[in-house]
Design a protein around this ligand. Structure first.
Ligand SMILES: [Zn+2]
Length: 94
């Protein structure tokens, strides 16, 4: 999990998750106040979490009901999004 690049203070999961949900809002370290922005590669990774919605809804179609297919896609996307804070990398905002 991401730590502060300046003082090594660990960021909480919820703080990172919230940052991603707010369109990659910068994170400020609670200890030293250094602002961190999400790296380009993490932003790229996070954008993949919406992919299961069209894949399950249109391509795989595991159920005959398209609403259920989309719902399955949304559930998988949501589960993936919960893991993003473990992979997301943040950089000093200088
Ligand atoms: Zn810090």
């Amino acid at each position: 999990m991401q730590k502060c690049n300046n003082c090594n203070f660990p960021f909480k999961w919820g703080k990172i998750y919230k940052s991603i949900m707010w369109f990659y809002k910068p994170i400020q370290c609670e200890q030293c106040g250094t602002a961190h922005t999400i790296s380009f590669s993490s932003r790229f990774l996070a954008s993949f979490m919406v992919l299961p919605i069209p894949i399950f809804g249109l391509i795989l179609s595991p159920s005959e009901n398209e609403y259920i297919n989309v719902l399955i896609g949304i559930c998988i996307s949501f589960a993936c999004s919960l893991l993003i804070p473990y992979f997301a990398k943040y950089e000093n905002n200088t």
